[in-house]
Design a protein around this ligand. Structure first.
Ligand code: DGT
Ligand code: CA
Ligand code: CA
Length: 573
């Protein structure tokens, strides 16, 4: 760890404290500390190894700072920093990335205008609300608007949720044109990758200009960046860019295949075509100059001696070989899912009651749920101690007896503490129907410590599953350093399930890890982690991730009927 990394952590603490409105003396102490650290010629990490007393010999580093440096160097993080990060919404931190917008201004926007995302900020600025704030001029408003566009286009990737929502809306609109007979999203969005760099849209049409005009006029579209005969690139209001290609009907299948990718999958297919004396490109399959196929994707694959391969599998991870051997898995579908084993209520940090969550789940066709509020360690989410948890379970049982058509498990999302113990006493956990053990704090501990925590949880007789195993936030925070082979071996030995957390900012396990867990015979559970009734709708993203992992319904425990699901839980429960 270099001095600059250590300094950055203290700058971040300063920023977060300032956004929270802490007194300026405290804020300045961390900022000054950061400067001192950054300016040291010697390695602060080396000095920290000798202990806090050694650091205190440096002028400008006191007791508090020295202890935090030691914690940071030895564990990779500072508890105070983790706590602050969890208290300030991510969207507010994104605002700090806008050039010219410091923590003081961000704090004012957050506290006085109540904006907590870039989108909300953009709206407020467009409506002239920003300039009305004290200390903000009309010019600042303009700077903010330009800055948001810049931040958005900064090589940023978009979550599959945002990408797919936009793609669905645009495709539906294009499809309503008379001249368009077929239209689809392609690219990473069609492959349901967890993030998308841009959208790739494809339509057939007799009149390509009309299609491009229609896209350009769509309310989601901010600007046309490039326009050609049959190609157009636009930028959406949220910064996501989209390529539209209009192709003749006989090329649609070949173009869809080509632009769906992945590039690596495409290369394997083109090689395969060559081996058969054919040429494959985005216009079709050709023998010499003669068009052989290309109207549909099925036709393209069939001509290459293959069954159609689901887009989620097209990553050149052996799918072509499996297709050739007729061994492609029948991938999981959203409608296969019967239960959802991770959700919150007003008892901790959710916004809906037990009954509201149960009714909403039932409405979505689910047959069983587990209510899993936070345990006590997560105090800023109002986590439950033993006494409150037992009362909560009583309340769950009451609703369970009053509602028909859906089963409700008394669960808990129990923190695996930094010292590897669980956040609630054994006798309490033993009373639960369903215990989801999770890491929330100390994610940056070294691998050995992380593994000790995970393995302790797996071996605990009451733990049913490990929730969002790595703790990563897609595109924002890397996950804990995990030895997955070791974790999956233990989970398989002890009969513990692994979660694919379906929230688009988590998708944790990821596709590769989920496939590895399945290979170990570990039942996967796909859960929403809903904090509201609307939060139940993210289940689809978990299913996408599972499909990318090649999972079938049989690989996923919550596709089972409730009776069968219960039988799969470890027998000592
Ligand atoms: P993204 O946008 O970064 O999330 O990923 P993709 O897969 O959507 O990539 P993108 O948008 O650059 O291109 C869309 C598809 O077009 C890609 O999956 C495969 C095809 N493609 C693009 N460039 C090339 C290329 O240079 N060679 C080949 N074989 N295919 C390409
Ligand atoms: Ca793309
Ligand atoms: Ca593209």
């Amino acid at each position: 760890m270099q001095n600059i990394d250590i300094a950055r952590a203290f700058d971040e603490i300063g920023d977060l404290l300032e956004i929270q409105g802490a007194n300026s003396f405290r804020v300045r102490a961390y900022r000054n500390g950061a400067r001192v650290i950054e300016d040291q010629a010697e390695s602060i990490a080396d000095l920290a190894a000798e202990g806090p007393a050694r650091l205190q010999q440096i002028s400008g580093i006191g007791k508090d700072l020295s202890e935090k440096i030691v914690a940071l160097v030895s564990t990779g993080t500072i508890p105070q920093l983790e706590e602050l990060r969890s208290q300030v919404p991510h969207g507010v931190l994104d605002m700090l990335r806008i050039p010219g917008l410091g923590p003081k201004k961000v704090a004012a926007l957050f506290h006085e205008l109540h904006v907590s995302t870039l989108d909300e900020l953009k709206q407020a600025a467009e409506q002239g609300q920003v300039a009305k704030l004290k200390g903000f001029a009309k010019k600042t408003e303009q700077i903010i608007l330009e800055g948001i566009a810049q931040v958005a286009s900064f090589g940023q990737r978009f979550s599959i949720a945002d990408a797919k929502a936009a793609a669905d809306e645009l495709i539906e609109d294009l499809q309503s044109l008379k001249s368009v007979s077929r239209a689809s999203v392609a690219g990473s969005c069609r492959r349901r990758k967890e993030t998308c760099g841009d959208l790739d849209l494809l339509t057939t049409a007799t009149d390509s200009a009309a299609v491009m005009d229609r896209l350009a006029a769509h309310p989601l579209v901010d600007k046309v960046l490039q326009r050609g005969e049959t190609k157009q690139r636009v930028r959406l209001t949220n910064g996501l860019e989209a390529d539209l290609r209009v192709v003749p009907d006989e090329s649609y299948g070949a173009a869809l295949q080509y632009f769906t990718g992945s590039k690596e999958h495409g290369i394997v297919l083109r090689r395969r075509a060559q081996e058969r004396g054919l040429k494959l490109n985005e216009y079709g399959l050709f023998r010499g100059d003669d068009y052989v196929a290309g109207r549909t994707e099925e036709e393209v694959y069939e001509t290459l001696g293959l069954p159609w391969i689901p887009p989620e599998l097209r990553e050149n991870r052996g799918e072509v070989e499996r297709a050739e051997a007729h061994e492609l898995p029948v991938l999981l579908e959203l409608s296969d899912i019967q239960g959802d084993l991770h959700m919150h209520t007003t008892a901790s940090d959710g916004t809906a009651s037990i009954r509201e969550m149960a009714e909403a789940a039932k409405q979505r066709g689910l047959k069983y749920i587990a209510i899993t509020d936070h345990s006590q360690r997560v105090s800023m989410a109002n986590g439950l101690d033993a006494k409150r948890l037992r009362a909560h379970w009583k309340a769950i049982e009451k609703v369970r007896n009053e509602i028909s058509g859906i089963e409700i498990l008394c669960g808990i999302e129990c923190d695996i503490l930094e010292d590897a113990t669980l956040d609630l006493p054994d006798d309490v956990l033993a009373e639960a129907d369903w215990v989801l053990a999770v890491l929330h704090y100390g994610l940056k501990q070294p691998r050995q410590q992380i593994m000790e925590r995970l393995l302790n949880a797996v071996k605990h007789p009451s733990v049913c599953a490990i929730g969002h195993p790595s703790g990563r936030i897609v595109g924002k925070r890397p996950g804990a350093d995990i030895d997955y082979a070791e974790l999956f071996k233990a989970a398989s030995d002890y009969g513990v399930f692994m979660e694919i957390n379906a929230h688009p900012s988590r998708l944790d396990l990821d596709d590769i890890q989920a496939a590895a867990a399945r290979d170990q015979g570990i039942p996967i559970v796909i859960n929403t982690d809903a904090h509201s009734t609307g939060g139940l709708d993210v289940l689809q993203y978990g299913v996408f991730q599972a499909r990318r992992a090649g999972l079938t319904a049989a690989d996923v425990a919550n596709t089972s009927r409730f009776e069968d699901f219960k039988k799969m839980l470890r027998t000592n429960r």
